[in-house]
Design a protein around this ligand. Structure first.
Ligand code: PHE
Length: 345
């Protein structure tokens, strides 16, 4: 009889080791069969009374081993299912779930305004010309009728490159005028957007870097009336078809005569009073007829050709359009600031 007890126990151990557990249901059957309160091991303990006294201890230890083995295997298999079932759940595709939001970028406000300006002038047949930001003295100043010692150089505080009197960061996009005029022959009709630099104290109203758009038109018989009509068209496209403009006499070394253009902004609220200094008029750009000296400097015959030029700052127009009160916001790249800009033109 004693053999029967050991025999049964050995068989049970084999069964426990070879039991196929390939799903959670099989695991549960295994648990009921070998681990639970009514497991077959428990019933084997009842066999002890049939074991000879000298083998009782051995038999008891053997049953304990089997019990431990059953528990060990159960825990092992259980942990496998636990990790694989959570994995399979997260891998599952739930087609009813709302889609993740796609984060859309917004254009930088400077790009929006500058693209709009380009678009308007493109319709008039102007081509985009871009050039370098590190310029030489000649293209930025001398060719533009601003030789050394000319007092007008003080109008624009310049960043010179280290150890150089000739290399500088362009102070205006007017440098593109001489770049273009020395490389192509008239008729010339270009618009030149770009970044410019001036050695100015940074504050909410001025920055050491900003953007301009330059315009240049050179052909036979170009007159001041052409300039005025072109600028009126621009202002009405940009600020609305009833927009009024006015030209005030001004001075630039590279244009003669020179003017500044204002648009009528109105005096609807307190802010309008502040930004127009109570006049309702806003200064938008500088312009004029290209000085014959500039044409000569660039090997264009002033007897045959004439032209006009204008230059405007982008930040200022952007600040007006979007009511931004600190110019530094344009260069901080704060996502919360940039996200707000959807085209409004
Ligand atoms: N370059 C001038 C400025 O930066 C603007 C300008 C351009 C004026 C072309 C006249 C003609 O202030």
């Amino acid at each position: 009889m004693s053999d029967t007890g050991f025999e049964k126990a050995r068989k049970l151990l084999e069964e426990i080791k070879s039991y196929v557990i390939d799903n959670e249901q099989a695991l549960e059957s295994f648990r009921i069969e070998f681990v639970g309160a009514k497991s077959s091991i428990k019933s084997l303990f009842g066999e002890i009374k049939n074991i000879p006294d000298d083998k009782k201890k051995e038999f008891g230890q053997f049953l304990n081993e089997i019990k431990n083995e059953a528990e060990r295997r159960f825990e092992e298999e259980k942990s496998k299912f636990a990790s694989s079932s959570s994995k399979s759940k997260s891998d599952e595709i739930d087609l009813s779930r709302p889609a993740d939001k796609v984060k859309l970028g917004a254009r930088h406000p400077i790009s929006i305004v500058s693209n709009r300006i380009i678009e308007i002038f493109t319709k008039l047949g102007f081509a985009v010309a871009e050039d370098r930001e590190i310029e030489d003295d000649w293209h930025n100043f001398t060719s533009m009728n601003t030789p050394e010692d000319h007092p007008a150089r003080d109008m624009q505080d310049t960043f010179y490159l280290k150890d150089s009197v000739d290399r500088l960061l362009r102070t205006h996009t007017s440098s593109v005028q001489s770049r273009v005029m020395t490389s192509v022959k008239p008729p010339i009709r270009i618009i030149a957007p770009g970044r410019v630099y001036r050695n100015e104290t940074i504050s909410s109203r001025s920055h050491a870097q900003f953007h301009q758009v330059e315009g240049l038109y050179i052909d036979e018989g170009v007159s001041f009336a052409d300039l005025k009509q072109t600028l009126l068209y621009f202002a009405q496209e940009m600020y609305g078809k009833d927009t009024k403009i006015r030209l005030r006499p001004s001075y630039f070394p590279f244009t003669e005569p020179s003017a500044e253009m204002d648009v009528y902004w109105g005096l609807k609220d307190e802010i309008d009073y502040r930004i127009t200094k109570g006049t309702g008029w806003l200064e938008i750009l500088g312009c004029g007829m290209v000085d014959p000296n500039v044409l000569k400097n660039c090997d264009i015959d002033p007897e045959k050709y004439s032209g006009f030029a204008f230059g405007m700052g982008i930040e200022r127009q952007c600040m007006l359009k979007y009511r931004i009160d600190d110019i530094r916001s344009f260069f901080e790249n704060d996502i919360r600031f940039l996200e707000q800009f959807k085209p409004v033109f």
